[in-house]
Design a protein around this ligand. Structure first.
Ligand SMILES: [Fe+2]
Length: 129
């Protein structure tokens, strides 16, 4: 859901911040695309089956659809709130991974969280302008 929202933000953004945010949202969705694949393949590695259909995403996602967002501030707020939601989910998974001594999942999520916290800091700083 976050990935597809980012595509929409990249396409629909307009106004004086178009050039910077159009590029930034592309950077974000390219990075998220890699993460989606890492998560899915980690799930497979552990012997489970990752969700891959839009109907399941709509049912399971904690992130709401962002539709036709063209305003820069609204777009960046959606990025920040989505990252905050994702980090909460990752922290919950970390607790389970800890209990199960699942270092692989732990390392992957720790790296994600470190990067996402930095993204929250940067996009929140942008919002202060
Ligand atoms: Fe593009």
């Amino acid at each position: 859901m976050y990935y597809q929202n980012l595509r929409g933000l990249h396409w629909n953004i307009n106004g004086k911040h178009f050039f910077e945010l159009h590029v930034k949202f592309e950077e974000l969705y390219n990075d998220v695309q890699l993460k989606i694949d890492l998560v899915a393949e980690r799930i497979l590695t552990l012997g489970f089956s990752p969700l891959h259909t839009f109907s399941d995403y709509l049912k399971k996602s904690s992130i709401k659809e962002g539709k036709n967002i063209s305003d820069a501030k609204t777009a960046v707020q959606l990025v920040v709130s989505s990252l905050q939601t994702i980090i909460l989910l990752e922290r919950a998974i970390l607790k389970t991974a800890d209990k199960l001594n699942d270092e692989g999942t732990n390392t992957m999520l720790t790296d994600f969280i470190t990067q996402q916290e930095k993204e929250i800091w940067m996009y929140s700083a942008w919002l202060k302008h």
